[in-house]
Ligand binder design. Sequence first.
Ligand SMILES: Cc1cc2nc3c(=O)[nH]c(=O)nc-3n(C[C@H](O)[C@H](O)[C@H](O)COP(=O)(O)OP(=O)(O)OC[C@H]3O[C@@H](n4cnc5c(N)ncnc54)[C@H](O)[C@@H]3O)c2cc1C
Length: 422
Amino acid sequence: MSSPASPTIVVGAGIIGLSAAWHLAGLGQRVLLLDSGPAAGGTTTAGAGFVGQWAAGYAWYWNESERDIEQYGIDFYRQLAESGNGPTGYRQNGNVWLTVTEQGRADHLPPFEEHPLRPAGARSLTPDEAAAIVPGLDPSAVTAGFLHPDGIQVSAPDTARALVASVRARGVEIREHTPGAALESRDGSVTGVRTVGGDVISADRVVLAAGSWTNALLAPSGRELPTVRVVASRLVTQPFGLPDTLPTLMLPELHGLWIREHRGGLTYGAGPGYEALHVGGSDRRTEPDRRPVRPDLLDAMRTYLHPIVAKLLPAASSVLGVDETPTQGVVSMTADRNFIVGPVPELVGLVVAGGDNESGVTHGPGLGRIAAELSATGATTLGDASRYDPARFAAAAPSEAEVVRMMPARREADARRAGAVA
Ligand SMILES: Cc1cc2nc3c(=O)[nH]c(=O)nc-3n(C[C@H](O)[C@H](O)[C@H](O)COP(=O)(O)OP(=O)(O)OC[C@H]3O[C@@H](n4cnc5c(N)ncnc54)[C@H](O)[C@@H]3O)c2cc1C
């Protein structure tokens, strides 16, 4: 372990960096957490806050390791909710996958039904059974469903605030509005972080968790993460009396549509609200806004989703399109759709934690724990670290367009059609 005199610096106070700082402090490290803006002011605050065992049928390219990280996240949020550090919006509403055609049923539900990691209580639903547990669902709008009862929901911004309080309570110093300009190094080892203000903060260990901005600090070390940065969007309706017992709904057949309750209304999103930044001409050297504003993506999403959501939940018709609040953020998808957490071979003492694959609220607690343990002890007690090793990729990352071409299909049915799985 590093000496108490030398802090471990964590760069980035999103959900992954906050978790890393919390776990490092729990391992007896002195920790300094830097963020260029307010803590949790990046992508984390845009998160929709639904969490579940995606490795058990939804994300076919994940296995027990990601499932263990997901379960750790669920347990972590329950304990955070009970810790008295502020509201988190935690509730166990379950996750329900729905299909709207017979083909959708045949394509998307068998991976859940047949999955070896199928969680306790998971079950198939007829349309009427789905309507019995999904308040307001029109059963004639769906062909089948599948329930994971353990899925939870949190408010991502509230949860991040509670975690900030919990991190401070563990003795971590948080310096907000302190952008890291560069990593300092000598003879192949990290020696600290230089801030934009010109100060050099010395440290023999650094955890770099700067979300979709990680490569800007990492690249001078000779390594870049093969990520593609994507603007992701969601809309929040006005309240219309929707009960807060609504499970999170997911419809993979409809461009990944998801829906959850938010303060008596809905928040929802799907593929038309997403666009990779390079599509607009940006490249890896361009730093995206922390909180992007893309009205065109919101319009595309409204046009596609309003008729669908109104059909599924007819009571929502009165509020769809009426003063909806948009929320957008930049997520980082990786070339193999798995996370990147581990030591950077080019710079001793540096651990990177990035490539959130738009599921950092779910996996952030566990990824932060892995980063902290690898930084402090060189080994992790959660998951299979070899799956997240940055060195599984070449040091020089391909273009973002090339990363998109490398990524496995999102849905198992699409991968089967492409012949990628038996
Ligand atoms: C619309 C939307 C809905 C989503 N819904 C869900 C969901 O329901 N469930 C789920 O699991 N995930 C969801 N996600 C994904 C989730 O929000 C992200 O995966 C997660 O927040 C990423 O966390 P992070 O810590 O990697 O990044 P961030 O939260 O972006 O944190 C990185 C931090 O680093 C700071 N930083 C950057 N550069 C520097 C620098 N040079 N110096 C200092 N600080 C720096 C930034 O200011 C930022 O605060 C959603 C995302 C979006 C956009």
